[in-house]
Design a protein. Structure first.
Length: 329
């Protein structure tokens, strides 16, 4: 008989083993926050006797979107043992995780996956980002920049750059340092080098890559810092890593879009599923945004239907329409 519970010191380790069996050997090294003992109350498990057969995990954190703070639950490593699939066990765990997130006043959840179980849950793959693939010859050659490997002595400068980002997770120094370490644990097919960009002896940016040795392009996993300096340094970066083009996803409102001065390779979503969890809190923050922008709109909810009011007009929005409006523009 299947029982449901949050993780404890013993079942947490069994859950990690299930994740490793389902996905890849280094899951525990790459998802240290999600699987930490401090987060085990956010690890929702299904057990058959003492065997962990399914799990849904989330990590609560805060993000700032242009100065507006939201509390989010990042869901990851959702999996079910092959012998127990097709019984809606993970779906039940998702609902239990949602109840816990609602109690924590989490505004919305971000799930690393789309369709299927997540769509039935009410999450949608939305967003509007530009994915670029641009050849090295498109960028200016500028020798004013030094590109070098990140060193531990750079941490404070890198963290300061991260904190200036307009859209980011609100991470403490400890969380940021842990993330820098865990997200750069190599896979068998890919490594994650990190460099800093210096100009006149000052660190003006940092870049983390997805480096595929056989590929001709260089994937940008994460970037922070001055956009103009980054643009000017790209040719140098590609030369240093022996790649012929840069591959990068840029949010719609990022000034890099203007600097690239080329049509997007394609329009993509957030490549994650999103769902509003605590409607009242989420709506309150959207209305705060309207007030700050002096936009003549207000958002309300009634019987799970959202109502956008403004300029003597009213627009009724389903959950999916609201997600598209907020996260896709």
């Amino acid at each position: 008989m299947i029982s449901y519970q949050t993780a404890n010191s013993k079942t947490r380790l069994k859950a990690i083993d299930l994740s490793i069996e389902t996905f890849k050997p280094n899951m525990a090294l790459q998802f240290t926050s999600l699987f930490s003992a401090q987060n085990q109350k956010h690890m929702f498990l299904a057990l058959d006797g003492d065997k962990v057969v399914s799990m849904v995990n989330y990590y609560p954190s805060k993000i700032t979107l242009d100065g507006l703070q939201f509390k989010v639950g990042s869901v990851g490593s959702v999996c079910t043992h092959i012998d127990y699939r097709g019984q809606n066990i993970a779906s039940e765990l998702l609902l239990k995780a949602e109840q816990a997130m609602r109690k924590e006043m989490i505004d919305f959840t971000i799930i690393s996956g789309g369709g299927g179980i997540y769509e039935r849950f009410g999450a949608r793959d939305v967003g509007y980002n530009h994915e670029y693939l641009i050849s090295k010859e498109s960028f200016p050659q500028n020798n004013s920049y030094l590109i070098r490997d990140y060193q531990s002595a750079d941490f404070d400068k890198v963290y300061a750059l991260y904190k200036k980002e307009q859209y980011r997770y609100l991470r403490t120094k400890k969380e940021f340092k842990q993330l820098l370490s865990s997200q750069r644990v190599a896979d068998t097919y890919c490594t994650y080098p990190m460099c800093v960009i210096e100009k006149n002896g000052t660190v003006v940016g940092y870049v983390i890559f997805n480096y595929y040795s056989e590929a001709s392009d260089l994937w940008i996993k994460e970037f922070a810092g001055n956009r103009k300096d980054f643009y000017q340094a790209i040719h140098h970066i590609l030369s240093q890593y022996n790649k012929s083009s840069i591959h990068m996803v840029v949010p719609l409102n990022d000034s890099l879009n203007r600097l690239f001065n080329t049509k997007p390779h394609k329009i993509i979503t957030q490549e994650a599923s999103l769902k509003v969890i605590h409607e009242a809190s989420f709506i309150s923050k959207i209305n705060q945004h309207f007030m700050r922008c002096q936009a003549p709109f207000t958002l309300e909810i009634s019987n799970e239907i959202y109502l956008l009011k403004g300029q003597n007009k009213e627009l009724y929005l389903t959950n999916e329409a609201l997600l598209k409006l907020v996260f896709s523009g």
